[in-house]
Design a protein around this ligand. Structure first.
Ligand code: PLP
Length: 249
């Protein structure tokens, strides 16, 4: 028999309570940074949606953050995101999934089953694959055009000038809604300078698709610069969940 009384919290309950407290503290810190950045930019904090990027972290963290009021979650690999979304589906939490990573066309069918927003649309072949996948799943996917702010396609994205062409293709594809633009700050460039073209990118997309309203930009290290540049959605991993361990693929 265990000497521990069954009325005491076991190690897993204690661990869960400690993790919940840590996530609550981190969340308060991130919300304070968003509020301060909005105040500095003369914007309403209600204009900025926080997306918790939970890659490498377990579904239990998603559910804890959901209990703390986070509704939007981001993942960058389908192999990890699909089972995590399934694990959270029965929890009764209002969760929206954002796919933020580079996406292979052969993963479009899987992503379309759980994602609400795909942030990384940067080629016509992917538009067609996502459209077919959304229709097959009977779902509507909001899609953002990923723009490359330094012209280096290594981390995905089209040149800003090509964004309207992708938006037109999205608008023509039943099942897909052009939602706006997404960017990752290039390495070795000040974030404020990198993000400066994003408002004009969204305006160019809105010229072909007036319903588009999203600028997805800003991560743990540069959310203030992104909010200054007009971000409506910030994608925060490390500052909320902690440092990720290097992932063995
Ligand atoms: C991992 C990731 C993030 C979050 O980055 P942090 O620096 O941990 O906040 C945001 N966007 C994308 C596309 C990511 O892959």
């Amino acid at each position: 028999m265990s000497p521990t009384s069954s009325s005491e919290p076991g190690p897993s309950a204690a661990h869960r309570a400690a993790r919940r407290a840590e996530l609550a503290r981190n969340l308060a810190g991130v919300r304070a940074r968003i509020d301060a950045a909005c105040a500095a930019a003369g914007r309403d904090a209600g204009e900025v949606t926080l997306i918790a990027v939970t890659k490498t972290w377990p579904a239990t963290d998603v559910m804890l953050l959901g209990e703390l009021g986070v509704t939007d979650f981001g993942e960058n690999r389908d192999q990890e995101a699909a089972p995590k979304a399934a694990a959270c589906a029965g929890a009764g939490l209002p969760i929206r999934w954002h796919f933020v990573g580079q996406l292979q066309t052969n993963k479009a069918a899987s992503v379309a089953r759980y994602a609400d927003v795909v942030h990384s649309v940067d080629r016509l072949r992917l538009v067609r694959a996502l459209g077919a996948a959304a229709r097959a799943a009977g779902r509507e996917l909001t899609c953002l055009v990923q723009v490359s702010l330094d012209g280096d396609p290594a981390r995905g994205g089209v040149l800003p000038g090509a964004a309207p062409q992708i938006a037109e293709a999205l608008a023509a594809e039943p099942g897909l809604l052009p939602g706006g633009v997404m960017a990752v700050a290039p390495l070795g460039m000040p974030a404020a300078k990198a993000f400066a073209p994003l408002r004009a990118c969204l305006a160019a997309v809105r010229a072909v698709s007036p319903g588009a309203s999203i600028i997805s930009a800003g991560m743990s290290g540069d959310l203030e610069a992104a909010i200054e540049a007009g971000a409506t959605h910030v994608r925060i991993g490390t500052a909320l969940l902690g440092a990720r361990r290097p992932l063995v693929r």
